[in-house]
Ligand binder design. Structure first.
Ligand SMILES: *[C@@H]1O[C@H](CO)[C@@H](O)[C@H](O)[C@H]1NC(C)=O
Ligand SMILES: *[C@@H]1O[C@H](CO)[C@@H](O)[C@H](O)[C@H]1NC(C)=O
Length: 334
């Protein structure tokens, strides 16, 4: 029963009004006008309630992204800047020559997942819940090395299937360092400059890779700045690029770098996430309270932030886990 209802609904997602008019006129001349009118308004109502690959549901909000990055992503001036420029440039380009590929690097809890969610929320009305946003985690989706060939085929089919039904699809690969190199190799063609592969264009898709690779060198640079008495906002991309690239290239454990993703310049932007300080953890705690409908309490936030582990041990500069677990933690301190 349900199938009969769903099938025409899904068709409506892609049907143009021309198609609907054709259906209308081909049925019965007398009824055509009424039917066409009905179908057309039905279609509009349908778009309204059911997520479709259409501008009603996929519409980049540049101001929204900029504001979110400024107000919600704490302590990441470089990442905010790069993401904002990269995503805006890509989304405002009607004819991109390749899909957008971002590689987000940094220690755990520094906001890589969160930043990806902010991007999704400002492109898709449904944000991370959108059917056009796909998250893959090595341990969850591709756990067994022995099944790598199956995974490769599956992943390629998923990407192809999803991009075929919606060009503006987004793929987030979490824990990229734990991905099997072969698996990453298998998605390489989709990241490249090809106009089409088997009739499908991937140029409007967005790929986001998240990894801890290079995190240590980012931390070292941040620590150097701190020791020199410079503010973290003075850190520029060029201060991080070389150490990041070196550690990423030389890190044998990080799957991404075995492959020619970098050699071939398939990654458009490397986005470094700096380690977070006490004041950022404080901001995270206040934001968590607000997000969960509680009154932000500076005293509680201070207790939460004080209880996190910091390094180096003596100076307690950077939070070991960034803002991770803050969301579930603050309630214990109230
Ligand atoms: C874009 O984001 C801004 C800031 O969050 C918001 O005020 C505005 O309504 C959004 N625009 C659209 C079209 O959703
Ligand atoms: C889209 O990707 C999801 C995984 O996120 C997969 O389950 C689904 O089958 C894919 N859709 C198509 C049409 O391939």
């Amino acid at each position: 029963m349900r199938r009969h209802v769903v099938l025409p609904l899904l068709l409506l997602c892609t049907a143009s009004s021309a198609v609907i008019e054709t259906i209308g006129t081909s049925i019965a001349v007398g009824m055509a006008a009424a039917l066409t009118g009905f179908l057309a308004s039905y279609q509009n109502i349908f778009y309204y309630f059911h997520e479709c690959c259409r501008p009603e549901w996929i519409n980049f909000n540049r101001t929204g992204l900029e504001e979110d990055l400024r107000n919600k992503l704490f302590g990441q001036h470089l990442a905010s800047h790069i993401i904002s420029k990269a995503v805006s440039g890509f989304m405002n380009n009607d004819n991109p020559k390749k899909p957008l590929v971002l590689s987000l690097h940094g220690w755990t809890g520094t906001g890589k997942n969160f930043a990806s969610a902010l991007i999704a929320e400002n492109i898709y009305k449904e944000g991370m819940d959108s059917q056009f946003v796909h998250v893959f985690t090595a341990e969850l989706h591709f756990p067994h090395v022995g099944q790598m060939d199956t995974y490769k085929t599956q992943l390629q089919q998923w990407i192809k299937g999803n991009v075929s039904s919606c060009a503006h699809s987004m793929f987030i690969f979490d824990e990229m360092d734990k991905m099997h190199p072969g698996l990453i190799d298998s998605i390489k063609p989709y990241l490249d400059y090809y106009e089409k592969i088997d009739g499908v264009s991937y140029r409007k898709a967005i790929f986001i890779f998240l990894s801890n690779a290079g995190g240590e060198s980012i931390v070292e640079t941040a620590l150097d700045f701190w020791k020199a008495g410079k503010s973290r906002e003075e850190i520029e991309l060029k201060d991080l690029e070389t150490p990041l690239a070196l550690s990423v290239f030389n890190n044998k454990r990080s799957g991404l770098w075995h492959t020619s993703l970098i050699d071939k310049n398939l990654v458009d932007f490397f986005v470094p996430f700096l380690p977070l300080e006490y004041k950022h953890v404080l901001q995270c705690a206040l934001a968590a309270m607000q997000a969960q409908g509680a009154k932000p309490d500076a005293g509680v936030a201070d207790k939460v932030a004080q209880d996190m582990l910091y390094f180096p041990k003596a100076e307690r500069v950077f939070s070991v886990k960034g803002c991770k677990t803050i969301e579930s933690k603050w309630e214990y301190y109230t």
